[in-house]
Design a protein around this ligand. Structure first.
Ligand SMILES: Cc1cc2nc3c(=O)[nH]c(=O)nc-3n(C[C@H](O)[C@H](O)[C@H](O)COP(=O)(O)OP(=O)(O)OC[C@H]3O[C@@H](n4cnc5c(N)ncnc54)[C@H](O)[C@@H]3O)c2cc1C
Length: 389
């Protein structure tokens, strides 16, 4: 049962695989990590007409990029109104608009089958009546926070509607989207490694050393003028100098057998975003959460699901389903957090630019950061204020 629910999709299960790096090669740019962010960096290098080699320790999107909730939510992890208070409104709005544009670009590249532009729903608490007094009080506080988010979005001309329906009360953001994250990454890898695009991508090629202009794997060394390290979780393991700037946490999920079709019309998140679920077209739920309930034990570089968190997510899944669920898959993956919620785009070593630390929502911020990493490395363009350099 400890397998990734998204991998049951025929497009993912039928992935043809890529070769392992087996010789020394040279390119303008080497990208380490073939998740959504690394693949965006590769797309950006190709767009500039340069040569690029990408390597991953496992399959394309072996990490969080292929194992996440599949939410495509514009804006920062903490909610735009909170990020605006912390980083300033301009920085928060810039990230909002860039991530919104990222949804549109992804939908254009991969089509509506992969990127479903169905919006997203933020609700206060979880679906159903509160089961404890503390839950009721927390829901009131969260409703007030929804009001603040609504006001901020409206004030800045961003589409938002109030929601009051079967799943609870909160906000509907019509421009957000949903996807099977593994399909996104494999779709991009297929596209960029095609003969006409020309990126050379390698799986099962773990990087054992990174230096200026050189990336070593057991099967060969890549020489490149610029190295981009696009790894979210465990970034500080690969580049120890980033310890203290990014901290790895585990996030866990499960998938269920189909429940009532149409129960979740779009990705739904509640309880301050800690718990979340989306339903695929076959009716299965993909549900995650509970990190705050197990905060200390989830600060770990390990990525195996645990009994306690899974039991929590299972009862969350029942709330989202509106009745009992049967679990079919359980899994976990690593992500990077930063102190102030700003992702890192930084020159970690001379000629080595690292990006990561998306604080739990890197499906869109990751690609935006990865492009900023390429621009920093190739043009010396300083990253925008929504990033920490
Ligand atoms: C359970 C869960 C739910 C989530 N839900 C959402 C969500 O709904 N929406 C959202 O926006 N975000 C979500 N996130 C966060 C999101 O998944 C990540 O922020 C994002 O996928 C990071 O992508 P990435 O490409 O930057 O990095 P990663 O996914 O971390 O990819 C890095 C790649 O680098 C490879 N790698 C690592 N070390 C090496 C090495 N030494 N050599 C070579 N390759 C290496 C890995 O194999 C991996 O494929 C969730 C995360 C989890 C775990």
């Amino acid at each position: 049962m400890t397998e990734v629910g998204w991998d049951a999709d025929p497009d993912v299960a039928g992935w043809r695989g890529l070769a392992r790096l087996g010789e020394d090669l040279r390119a303008d740019v080497c990208v380490v990590g073939l998740g959504g962010s690394g693949l965006a960096a590769i797309g950006e290098v190709l767009r500039r007409g340069l040569s690029v080699i990408g390597v991953d320790a496992g399959r394309v999107a072996a990490g969080a990029a292929g194992r996440n909730g599949g939410f495509l939510l514009a804006g920062p992890a903490t909610g735009i109104h909170r990020a605006a208070a912390r980083w300033g409104p301009d920085a928060a709005l810039e990230l909002y608009h860039q991530t919104l544009a990222e949804i549109t670009d992804l939908a254009g590249l991969l089509g509506p089958e992969v990127v479903r532009r169905v919006g997203s729903l933020r609700i206060a608490g979880l679906p159903g009546e509160p089961v404890a007094e503390s839950e009721a009080a927390d829901r009131e506080a969260e409703l007030a926070d929804c009001d603040q988010q609504y006001d901020f979005l409206r004030e800045h001309g961003i589409e938002v509607r109030r929601y009051d329906g079967e799943l609870g009360t909160g906000l509907f953001l019509p421009e957000d989207a949903a996807m099977n994250p593994a399909r996104r990454a494999l779709g991009l890898a297929t596209r960029y490694s095609s003969e006409s695009s020309g990126a050379r991508l390698f799986e099962n090629s773990p990087v054992t050393a990174i230096g200026t202009g050189r990336v070593r794997t057991p099967g060969g060394v890549v020489s490149a003028g610029l190295v981009v390290v696009a790894v979210d979780g465990r970034l500080e393991v690969l580049l120890p100098e980033l310890t203290g700037r990014v901290r790895t946490a585990r996030l866990q999920m499960l998938a269920t057998e189909p429940v009532r079709a149409g129960r979740l019309p779009c990705p739904v998140y509640g309880r301050w975003g800690y718990d979340y679920a989306q339903q695929d077209q076959a009716g299965r739920l993909f549900v995650g959460g509970g990190r705050d309930r197990f905060a200390e034990q989830e600060w770990t570089p390990h990525a195996d699901p645990t009994e306690g968190v899974q039991a929590w997510i299972e009862q969350v899944a029942a709330r989202f389903a509106g009745g009992p669920v049967r679990v079919s898959h359980r899994w976990a993956a690593s992500v990077g957090f930063t102190e102030d919620g700003r992702a890192v785009v930084t020159e970690a070593r001379p000629g080595v630019i690292a990006c990561g630390g998306y604080s739990g929502t890197g499906n869109l911020v990751g690609p935006v950061a990865a492009r900023a990493a390429v621009a920093l490395g190739l043009d010396g363009t300083a990253p925008a204020a929504c990033f920490s350099s």
